[in-house]
Design a protein around this ligand. Structure first.
Ligand SMILES: *Cc1c(COP(=O)(O)O)cnc(C)c1O
Length: 354
């Protein structure tokens, strides 16, 4: 039986997507060729890329609104650099909410002045800063919607006239937002969309072409848009599986549907963390992530017992990030509610044992 996969990334994918993907590796479209041994310029693959790009915009409700979707390589980490390369003239504002935000800030500093308008570093990033002010003379404001490592999530985004740029790697397609508020959204596929190897970038085209510096070809968003994500050989397998996952989500009822499931899963687990005196949550309650729930044991001497129990129940990937410790249950779109129930049952069994 398949394990209950709470892995933070690469993440769980729908079983039917894995099935279709494995079939395509052997025989794609009944062409008697593998998906991964045909030209990326073949009609069959061009169709996949077009479908992937249009599904991304469709799921976010951004079709015909001046946005383009591209699938790039280099991970979300390369976007930390590309965003600044393409958008930063003089000064940009960043919200520091943890490791990933911090890495984005580090890259941007090579291109101009970086204003850290808010930071939760003072408390191990266990909350989302609020009440910060974004000056109107910055080129853009960058934030991280969901902080995968520590388990916080932005519930609201600032009202500002400046361009909003957001790293949505670990909660893209998980909840409804007013996506039109954002001028650029990026997400590494391996958290909530597909396998590692591709990054989705959604860009409002009108914000590009304004910096004066020379941009290297492969780091230039305008090149990737013009070449329709085929400036060089794309990551065909990762794009294909991402496309299947987006199609799976669309068939289920899209973000509107999955958000309800995600809220149920998160509510179930957080209720147990709060009720069961053996556990305690790591981050501020109002900023808790629906995707990555972090918690610790109140009595560390129970660690071995608890670890043995969840592992025996077929649970995978529950250990916290090495920088945080404790536990992290990642509940991405494809994780069934049932898996969360299995985890909650184990937490209650531990309590009964004590
Ligand atoms: C995992 C992650 C990244 C880094 O992604 P890579 O694709 O490995 O570069 C960046 N931001 C967030 C929010 C993440 O969760």
């Amino acid at each position: 039986m398949k394990k209950h996969n709470f892995s933070a990334g690469p993440c769980i994918l729908p079983q039917e997507v894995l099935q279709k993907a494995s079939e395509a590796v052997l025989n794609f479209n009944d062409d008697n060729l593998s998906l991964i041994e045909i030209s990326h310029r073949s009609k069959s693959f061009v169709k996949v890329m077009e479908k992937a790009r249009s599904l991304a915009l469709e799921l976010l409700g951004l079709e015909n609104k001046g946005y383009k979707a591209v699938f790039l390589q280099g991970g979300a980490s390369l976007e930390f650099l590309m965003v600044a390369y393409n958008l930063l003239h003089k000064k940009a504002a960043y919200l520091n909410t943890g490791t990933w935000a911090n890495n984005a800030i580090k890259e941007a500093k090579a291109f101009g002045e970086v204003l850290e308008v808010g930071s939760s570093k003072d408390n191990h990033f266990n909350y989302i800063p609020k009440g910060y002010i974004i000056p109107e003379d910055v080129d853009y404001f960058h934030c991280t919607s969901n902080n995968t490592i520590v388990g916080t999530q932005m519930k609201a985004f600032p009202e500002t006239k400046v361009s909003l740029v957001c790293d949505m790697s670990s909660d893209i397609f998980s909840r409804q937002l007013d996506f039109e508020k954002f001028d650029l959204i990026y997400a590494g596929a391996q958290k909530n969309m597909g396998p590692a190897g591709t990054t989705l970038v959604i860009i409002k085209e009108e914000i590009l072409g304004k910096v004066e510096r020379e941009i290297p070809t492969m780091l230039d968003y305008q090149v990737h848009i013009a070449k329709e994500s085929m400036a060089n050989t794309p990551s065909v397998f990762a794009v294909y599986v991402s496309m299947l996952t987006m199609q799976w989500l669309k068939d289920l009822g899209g973000i509107k549907f999955i958000e309800k499931v995600n809220n149920k899963k998160a509510a179930l687990l957080y209720a147990e963390i709060d009720r069961n005196s053996l556990f305690t949550g790591i981050v501020a309650k109002e900023d808790r992530s629906t995707m990555n729930a972090t918690f610790t044991l109140t009595d560390v001497s129970l660690k071995e017992t608890f670890d043995t129990m969840w592992s025996a129940a077929g649970i995978n990937g529950l250990n916290g990030h090495r920088s945080v410790g404790g536990y992290r249950a990642s509940m991405y779109n494809a994780l069934p509610l049932y898996s969360v129930q299995v985890l909650v049952d184990i937490m209650q069994e531990l309590e009964a044992k004590k």
